[in-house]
Ligand binder design. Structure first.
Ligand SMILES: [Zn+2]
Length: 341
């Protein structure tokens, strides 16, 4: 029996040397040390031995089982080490290869316009205020004196979350928020995204940018409004730009006006861009309606104010001669790369 055990050991080590994969190693383990493996088979003959020989044989069998187990464990470790080395070799970085080119981004034309507008108004002493894009119906419509049956309140024009919350349709609610939190004098602007349920075409986008301004103080008149906006137009579009105030109607201002500026392409001569009129509309404005002031807790007998608002996409398109609003939202790098200055 001892010879059989030693023979088995010899055969095992020979086979172990020929093992090439972890799977083969597993097969070897089952063949020699498994439930009905070679070692178990030999041990079945234990009954035929003399009583005093049995412990000796048992000890030898145990030793064999342990040393074979250890030999297989170290073989497995060797496989793992080889696998790791192979992986390291494969993943090695070749530092002689040329690197990937990092492509630099550019400031978006709308962002450029926003930054310049903020600059102009901050220099005139305005503060920059902010408000949420998800707004209450109260701040977006009611507090702005918007009639209950105004078409802009309709589901077809405005994105509603529920009866009391909307995606703001203009930046005007920020004026309400500002007047509610501070007393005059107020000189503020607000810039941000607004949303309307518009079909997308060359001049409409359901998401767009607006800027609004508000001044409330004692003795503010239409002359202050005109002076401020004319200064703004000259700073943004150039000294020679003239502006034209046309009467208009907004629920939150009285009187109200729309402002046109001389066409930057033909400088007032009349061209295709301005439909031959020489002027282009850029904003809406007016004296804040007394009921809006009162709604916000400001004494309309003591204070007056003016407000204005403009679409920044339109202004950006005019400044950079972009003829389709969709270019501003498509994030096409080929388009954006043109605006380096
Ligand atoms: Zn023109």
């Amino acid at each position: 029996m001892k010879e059989k055990l030693l023979e088995m050991r010899k055969a095992f080590y020979k086979a172990l040397e020929e093992v090439l994969t972890p799977a083969e190693l597993d097969e070897l383990r089952i063949y020699y040390l498994g439930k009905s493996g070679a070692l178990k088979e030999i041990l079945k003959q234990m009954g035929g031995l003399r009583k005093e020989d049995r412990p000796v044989m048992g000890e030898l069998a145990n030793e064999l089982r342990d040393s074979m187990g250890e030999a297989m464990a170290s073989k497995l470790k060797e496989f793992e080490r080889m696998l790791l080395e192979k992986k390291i070799e494969e993943e090695k970085i070749d530092i002689t290869l040329p690197g990937e080119k990092i492509s630099m981004g550019r400031v978006h034309p709308t962002t450029k316009t926003i930054r310049e507008l903020i600059d102009v108004f901050v220099r005139m002493g305005f503060s920059l205020e902010d408000g949420p894009e998800v707004e209450s119906v109260y701040n977006n419509f009611d507090a702005l004196n918007s009639p209950k049956d105004h078409p802009s309140r309709g589901l077809s024009d405005t994105f509603y979350f529920d009866a009391s919350r909307v995606l703001r349709t203009h930046t005007s609610p920020v004026q309400i928020r500002t007047m509610k939190k501070m007393q005059p004098p107020i000189r503020m602007i607000s810039v941000g995204r607004c949303f309307r349920n518009d079909e997308i075409d060359a001049t409409h986008s359901p998401m767009f940018y607006q800027m609004e301004g508000l001044v409330v103080d004692e003795g503010i008149s239409m002359a202050d409004l005109k002076g401020t906006l004319e200064e703004f137009v000259r700073q943004l579009f150039g000294e020679e730009t003239r502006s034209l105030f046309r009467p208009h109607n907004f629920p939150f201002t009285e009187p109200s006006a729309e402002v046109d500026i001389t066409c930057f392409k033909c400088h007032g001569e009349g061209c295709r861009f301005c439909s031959g009129t020489g002027y282009i509309e850029i904003l809406g404005c007016g004296m804040v309606h007394p009921s809006v002031l009162e709604e916000c807790g400001i004494d309309s007998e003591k204070y007056t104010g003016f407000a204005f608002g403009m679409g920044l996409d339109r202004i950006t398109m005019m400044r950079y001669e972009i003829d389709d609003i969709r270019y501003l939202y498509e994030n096409d790098k080929r388009f954006l790369d043109q605006f380096r200055r």
